[in-house]
Unconditional design. Structure first.
Length: 402
């Protein structure tokens, strides 16, 4: 007789799980809007792909510089305060688009994006590990994949709604101020909700062990965690670079115009979201590391087909890659945190430095601007997916302890 599937979460944690999952939509929106903002500012301010890549570089630099401070803050004050501070920084950064637009220079927007990035790292450093702890350990990966599915929904909403707004008409479309002002107001209202919410802190049996700076030193003696950290960085290089380059690539190849491209990337992100939901369901019964290995293999094959540049086949392969990569971030994240106990918050902050991999788009942009071949930059995400595959195979090769 088959044993019943472990519950995704418990009644005690249901409300915190729902509240925290709502945040995933917000940062999915905030990160995906960059992919259409990138092309919009190229058109509106007459800047190159390399220059516009500073949008991603600046935002993800906020992640890199603030990840460890976020971890130290959350270690001391807890998940709820980390969420509230992240929402405040996020909202303030979004509202700064109003004076930045008045300044009228591309570089003014980078300051606002940096502050948004700082806010997002507090949110993600709090929410990702918290979700893994809101229920049985056996379903942690499935639970995080489910929450991350709403990240995909936010991404889809951003590229379609904001993309249509930016690329409507021949005059360059709408102002960047409108979507960011609306976003800023909504985020600050949500910050008020979370400031009053009851989010239980999770204690561990080894909670008496050292935390803070000492916990970071201990993590560097965990080779599997370090491999997971590298794999997550490699994934971020691949995923963010492809998303940021997508519209430039399909329009540069002459397949579609900017407006249709924003619809097409929305479709690709819909495939991504389906992959998250599907992956969450499958991993109720399939080992997470096995699922990761299968999906990483699929992504490697897809990007090789893109590099072969065989027309519609390459376009289909680029879209299918979104299905395969969908489960990678939450799965790698949860696997890297497995068994870390009281080191979880510190480990999470190190893992949240990895969106700096979005700077890989700077290299893709440079190659696109200086090479006549728009396909060549896809060697960068290919290398990233190979590292993810190596991590999955390493986990599958481990013998279970007796």
């Amino acid at each position: 007789m088959k044993s019943p599937k472990p519950a995704l979460t418990s009644k005690r944690f249901l409300l915190p799980f729902v509240l925290i999952t709502s945040l995933f939509f917000l940062w999915g929106f905030a990160r995906a809007i960059l992919d259409v903002l990138n092309k919009h500012l190229q058109n509106d301010m007459n800047i190159s792909i390399t220059q516009s890549a500073l949008i991603q570089v600046t935002t993800y630099l906020g992640y890199f510089l603030m990840a460890i401070p976020a971890g130290l803050f959350i270690n001391r004050r807890g998940y709820r305060y980390g969420v509230v501070l992240g929402l405040i920084l996020f909202g303030v950064g979004a509202l700064l688009f109003i004076p930045c637009a008045e300044a009228g220079t591309f570089y003014a927007f980078l300051l606002a994006l940096f502050i948004i990035g700082c806010g997002l790292v507090f949110l993600e450093t709090s929410a990702n590990p918290y979700v893994t702890e809101l229920g049985p350990a056996d379903t942690a990966t499935s639970r995080l994949n489910l929450s991350q599915s709403f990240n995909g929904l936010g991404s889809l909403f951003a590229t379609f709604v904001v993309g249509q707004y930016f690329f409507s008409g021949s005059d360059g479309g709408g102002s960047v101020v409108v979507p960011y002002t609306i976003l800023g107001v909504i985020v600050l209202l949500i910050a008020i909700v979370f400031s009053r919410a009851d989010l239980p802190e999770i204690s561990h049996d080894d909670s008496g062990s050292e935390s803070g700076q000492g916990s970071y030193a201990r993590l560097f003696h965990r080779p599997l965690f370090l491999f997971g950290l590298l794999a997550l960085l490699a994934y971020e290089v691949s995923e963010i670079s492809i998303n940021s380059y997508f519209i430039n690539f399909v329009t540069g190849e002459g397949w579609m115009d900017d407006r249709l491209a924003s619809v097409f990337i929305t479709g690709a992100l819909a495939v991504f979201m389906v992959g998250r939901f599907l992956g969450s369901w499958i991993m109720r019964t399939v080992k997470a590391e096995r699922m990761l290995a299968i999906c990483a293999t699929g992504s490697v094959v897809c990007i090789v087909l893109v590099l072969l540049n065989i027309g519609v086949v390459s376009m289909v392969a680029l879209t299918l890659n979104y299905l395969f990569e969908a489960i990678m971030f939450p799965t790698i994240f949860a696997l890297a945190l497995r068994g870390l106990g009281s080191l979880t918050k510190s480990a999470s902050s190190l893992l949240m430095m990895t969106p700096i991999g979005g700077c890989g788009f700077l290299l893709m942009g440079y190659l696109a601007d200086h090479c006549s071949n728009l396909v060549l930059p896809f060697f960068i995400p290919l290398a990233g997916y190979v590292v993810v595959l190596a991590f999955a195979l390493r986990l599958l090769g481990l013998k279970p302890r007796k």
